[in-house]
Design a protein around this ligand. Structure first.
Ligand code: ARG
Length: 445
């Protein structure tokens, strides 16, 4: 198919080849292909309904689009050529199939409203995929948490051993952060749920088009209120990037823990062979690469959020070509996040928890110190003294008479007993974790 520009009449001279190449976005925005065709179809149908285009012409062109979609799906047609962007390719293809009549598709719209309509549709689909990927990881965490009901390990603050926690409790902590990601993605879908088509280049159209109808045909629940805002608003993309950044931060924190846990210094987890890699030099190595790559990609996703924010900050109303730079960061960030969620699901589902090492680490008497202080308070001592005595006990600095008071209480404590004592809702003990598991299960059904 020959390359046809969507503009040119006012130019006497030819575009410099470097300018052509510099302005081209086809490689990136070919992802919008099916969204673009959906938007073209809805627009034509609306134009036919409101009489801007003869109904039979509208129907014919809709038929051409449907056939094109079929041919693309079957592989009979492929996107190719040096087109400026995906919209130019679509129009050129339609003209080749339906003749000049196909250019009626440009009536009452411009690429400025078209591109952002495509982008919003793409965003809504991407959010659904992200939500599914989040659910996949939540299911894996939940399943592992249910399986590991009896296991416990030291919980940490400042990366120093603090108090024992049930392994399921630890896994569920990550489940709940993903639950918030899922909710945030739903909020992002709401932000994207507004149809800008009909805003035209910036001021709407002199044709009696019906933007509400196009919105309805495309499954948006509302149409734009202001044409200038419609073509320049990218808040939905910023919100999406911010939500995926936060989701990646959650994955990155999980990754960091898994990396620590798999080091022999901790020895709490072993990566499955299918989810780790080796070294070209050191034969003994088994590295937690998936977790390191997720941690590494988090930096890139956060960078994409920064990139869009900085792109937007200086833009006057309405459309500016800078806005072409909005999509690659979003595409890459979403694709990376989705992949990272899937990889983490694979890692978690197959990880071996070294529960014997976890229990061994809980033999550290320091983990009992808080409960020892609590027992001293129960025995009638002020908390300040109880804290002091328990601290001295840990450090082996108790005087003989103090030791006689503290030792019997300390001897009655074990990691399991202090864990079981944590029974209230949300606590780390097995009874409350059982309730938490039920709640988590219900929350994703
Ligand atoms: N490729 C552009 C983008 O992604 C859309 C085309 C708008 N171009 C124009 N000259 N108004 O934003």
């Amino acid at each position: 198919m020959s390359t046809t520009k969507l503009w040119g009449g006012r130019f006497a001279g030819k575009t410099h080849p470097l300018m052509e190449e510099f302005g081209r976005s086809l490689e990136s925005d070919r992802r919008l292909l099916f969204c673009d065709l959906q938007v073209c179809r809805a627009h034509l149908q609306m134009l036919g309904e409101c009489g801007a285009v003869l109904p039979e012409v509208s129907q014919r062109l809709v038929g051409t689009i449907d056939q094109l979609v079929k041919d693309l799906n079957s592989g009979a047609t492929q996107v190719s050529g040096d087109h400026e962007d995906i919209h130019s390719w679509v129009e050129a293809e339609l003209r080749e199939r339906a003749g000049d009549e196909a250019s009626l598709i440009r009536l009452g719209r411009s690429r400025n409203d078209l591109v952002v309509t495509d982008f919003r549709l793409w965003t809504r689909q991407a959010l659904q995929r992200l939500q599914e990927a989040v659910r996949g990881l939540q299911h894996a965490l939940l399943q592992r948490a249910e399986e590991q009901a009896g296991a416990y390990l030291p919980g940490y603050t400042h990366l120093q051993r603090a108090q024992p926690v049930a392994l399921s409790h630890h896994l569920l902590a990550h489940f709940w952060s993903l639950q918030r990601d899922h909710q945030r993605f739903a909020q992002c879908a709401e932000a994207a749920d507004c149809c800008p088509l009909g805003a035209g280049a910036l001021a709407g159209s002199s044709w009696a088009i019906r933007p509400e109808r196009t919105a309805e045909l495309l499954g948006f629940s509302r149409a734009f209120d202001n044409s200038l805002d419609a073509v320049s608003d990218r808040d939905f993309a910023v919100e999406l990037l911010s939500a995926v950044s936060l989701c990646m931060i959650h994955l990155s924190r999980m990754s960091e823990e898994l990396i620590l846990w798999s080091a022999p210094e901790f020895g709490f987890a072993t990566f499955d062979d299918g989810w780790s890699t080796g070294s070209s030099l050191m034969p003994q190595k088994k590295n937690p690469d998936p977790a390191e790559l997720i941690r590494g990609r988090t930096g890139r996703v956060i960078g994409h959020l920064q990139s869009l924010l900085v792109t937007l900050k200086g833009l006057p109303l309405a459309y500016n070509r800078d806005l072409q730079e909005d999509k690659p960061p979003v595409f890459e960030a979403v694709e990376m996040t989705e992949k990272c969620l899937q990889v983490m699901t694979g890692v978690i589902s197959t990880l071996r928890f070294e529960t014997a090492n976890m229990a061994k680490a809980c033999e550290d008497p320091g983990l009992l110190a808080t409960d020892l202080a609590d027992h001293l308070v129960r025995a009638g001592h002020p908390f300040s003294l109880a804290h002091e005595l328990a601290g001295k006990w840990v450090a082996g600095r108790l005087e003989q008479d103090e030791l006689m008071l503290v030792q019997p209480l300390a001897e009655a404590l074990t990691a399991q007993s202090v864990l079981e004592a944590r029974r209230h809702s949300g606590a780390a003990g097995p009874e409350s974790v059982q309730l938490q598991l039920d709640k988590a299960r219900r929350s994703i059904q």
